[in-house]
Design a protein around this ligand. Structure first.
Ligand code: IMP
Length: 199
């Protein structure tokens, strides 16, 4: 029988990405599927801290094995910003509401205006709690920030991020192409390795 594992998110894109990567090795349940409709606190100062905070919150309240992720887009010339603030970058700078991808991307493009060094990376931390044991893994994809948005697939900063060695942004790639090289892919591969060791 497949063992159930809760992915502490309701982001349908992320659930689909992780299900595609893990295949039928584990049954992945979303927060909605376990009846969790509350907002989970994400108040840590780092992406690892946020991932752990979310995983602990869900595993304690729902008494389940669980993992939670947190991702940041880290831009070299901006000292790692938006980083842990990626989801609320515009809001944190007095613009628009939270989780507004268009406002976030517009602000990032403004901050990068005229800057030649466009190096950036996506970094995902995943905190896994199995039978109370905590493990943190991460996945990174290096790349650069385009000078204008391109493509309509994906979400968040995808239209601005060109992975190293590619000419297209994540938003110009098919989900399969993105999943093959993404930060979440790499973090999920690391998660899979830990899961295998725990089965
Ligand atoms: P989260 O911690 O995974 O929710 O990510 C925080 C923010 O980073 C999101 O709100 C998005 O703006 C951005 N982000 C995370 N993953 C991706 C991705 O795969 N592509 C583009 N943006 C992403």
């Amino acid at each position: 029988m497949q063992e159930k594992l809760v992915f502490a998110t309701n982001n349908a894109h992320k659930i689909a990405e992780v299900r595609a990567i893990l295949g039928d090795r584990r049954q992945i349940l979303s927060l909605e599927e376990i009846g969790c409709n509350e907002e989970i606190p994400e108040t840590a100062a780092t992406i690892e801290g946020n991932a752990l905070q979310k995983a602990r919150w869900v595993s304690q309240r729902f008494d389940c094995d669980c993992f939670a992720d947190d991702t940041g887009l880290e831009v070299e010339v901006l000292g790692g910003e938006p980083g842990v603030m990626s989801a609320r970058y515009a809001q944190a700078n007095g613009r628009g509401g939270g989780h507004d991808s268009t406002a976030n991307s517009t602000l990032l493009l403004e901050r990068m205006d005229g800057i030649a060094n466009r190096k950036a990376r996506f970094r995902t931390a995943i905190a896994l709690i199995i039978a109370g044991k905590e493990t943190i893994v991460e996945g990174v994809v290096n790349g650069s920030i385009a000078t204008a948005p391109h493509g309509t697939d994906g979400f968040g900063y995808d239209p601005l991020f060109i992975p190293e060695g590619e000419t297209k942004t994540f938003a110009e790639m098919s989900p399969t192409e993105k999943n093959a090289i993404s930060h979440r892919r790499r973090a999920t591969e690391a998660l899979l390795k830990v899961l295998k060791d725990n089965l």
